[in-house]
Design a protein around this ligand. Structure first.
Ligand SMILES: [Zn+2]
Length: 211
């Protein structure tokens, strides 16, 4: 498995190009924009980009969808709980004072426990509501793509569109901190971390929390 990090678009969203090295089939975890930069990495990796798997529907994670779908023919996946955010894309842009863009088109909804195959890689969907109602993480081998649910030394904000601090706490404690501590975590913003590190040190829901 090859993982390449691209930090793109509004609010420096991490997009991860994940490729099965046996078949070269690849998926982009979130799409923050900058079609050329994305395709440059796809070409450099000799990847056959087939899908975008969204961790959630906030604008900084979905604003690359329309161009990637139109020009590269990728299929776009998101949890049904965040379909309303995709439909509110223009409202989201307006709220942050950004120029108007076309609303992305979703091809398929993912659900908790579902396994998505990319080449020989198997991505398990873990529904982790809290940052948004349809936030999910994707677990593949020993790597978790955590979106804006879990960050290094932090967690996602819960003050936007259907966010819930109580829910994000339940998601992190019951669904992420129960995973193997050695699992590497690639978040939607900032540096990578691990389940073990966050269980110990996360200031919000880690063992030694003071919040
Ligand atoms: Zn977000």
């Amino acid at each position: 498995m090859l993982v390449k990090t691209l930090t793109l678009g509004f609010f420096s969203c991490n997009n991860y190009l994940v490729m099965c090295e046996d078949t070269n089939d690849a998926v982009l975890i979130d799409a923050g924009g900058d079609y050329e930069a994305t395709m440059q990495e796809v070409r450099n990796s000799n990847a056959n980009l087939k899908y975008i798997f969204h961790t959630h529907g906030h604008l900084d994670h979905i604003s690359g969808d329309v161009e990637l779908k139109a020009k590269a023919g990728v299929k776009v996946f998101i949890h049904k709980g965040d379909q309303f955010l995709v439909e509110k894309f223009k409202d989201q842009l307006m709220m942050f004072g950004l120029p108007d863009m076309e609303i992305p088109v979703i091809d398929e909804h993912v659900d908790d426990g579902q396994v998505l195959e990319v080449g020989k890689l198997k991505f398990k969907v873990i529904h982790t509501p809290g940052h948004s109602p349809g936030s999910v993480c994707y677990l593949v081998d020993d790597v978790l793509f955590s979106g804006d649910t879990l960050f290094r030394d932090s967690v996602g904000r819960t003050d936007l569109y259907g966010g819930s601090y109580e829910q994000i706490g339940e998601s992190i404690k019951n669904k992420l901190f129960t995973l193997d501590e050695s699992i590497k975590v690639y978040p939607g913003h900032g540096s990578p971390t691990s389940i073990g590190y966050e269980k110990e040190n996360n200031p919000f829901f880690g063992k030694n929390t003071t919040l």
